[in-house]
Design a protein around this ligand. Sequence first.
Ligand SMILES: Nc1nc2c(ncn2[C@@H]2O[C@H](COP(=O)(O)OP(=O)(O)OP(=O)(O)O)[C@@H](O)[C@H]2O)c(=O)[nH]1
Ligand SMILES: [Zn+2]
Length: 201
Amino acid sequence: MAYNKEESYDEQVTSGLIRNYKDAIALLGEDPEREGLLKTPERVAKAMQFLTQGYQQDAREVLNSAKFTEAYSEMVIVKDIELYSMCEHHMLPFFGKAHVAYIPNGYITGLSKIARVVDIYSRRMQVQERLTHQILDAIQETLEPQGVAVVIEAQHLCMMMRGVQKQNSVTTTSAFSGQFEHGATRAEFMKLISSDLMYRR
Ligand SMILES: Nc1nc2c(ncn2[C@@H]2O[C@H](COP(=O)(O)OP(=O)(O)OP(=O)(O)O)[C@@H](O)[C@H]2O)c(=O)[nH]1
Ligand SMILES: [Zn+2]
């Protein structure tokens, strides 16, 4: 297990990463022994374990830990959840917002747990499409609601600081289940989040 909780790092994983990042720094033409870089391999080793801690966390367990019986059956929307992930192709960040909704069917969950689920799947090597579906599936399978909707808007540094170098493109992905597969419910959700979309439609 690499990273399990705040400031808790596996020694073996950390020392392996330190060795490799030291090599990487030298291969990139820098001197890993100069003063400013002496602790850099360790810092990067810890940062990368933090950014991939999602592999050690179980989204379904988190949702079940705050699953409450409740008769409420209107749409629950948690919008504007900030998101930081890492593209699996370049290991560069992509970041933006997630908007998540569900229509309960006997159970609700703690609102913070929705944001935690976003973090758990974001803190992995990802593509935006899979991230969107994983959030939807975890909520659908644990709360068994009448439907789930997930919209993610993100900017990818691999498209901004390298490669095609487009600074203003925003990628939107979405996934819908149950009631949200029907036009009227989906339209209501899109209307309710529209003021928060990075790109207004
Ligand atoms: N579908 C999808 N593609 C992504 C995501 N993040 C990065 N990519 C893309 O993954 C692709 C990888 O393509 P390759 O041609 O193998 O990589 P590359 O030569 O570095 O591509 P360029 O970025 O165009 O220079 C690129 O088009 C990236 O823009 C994502 O979340 N979803
Ligand atoms: Zn990329």
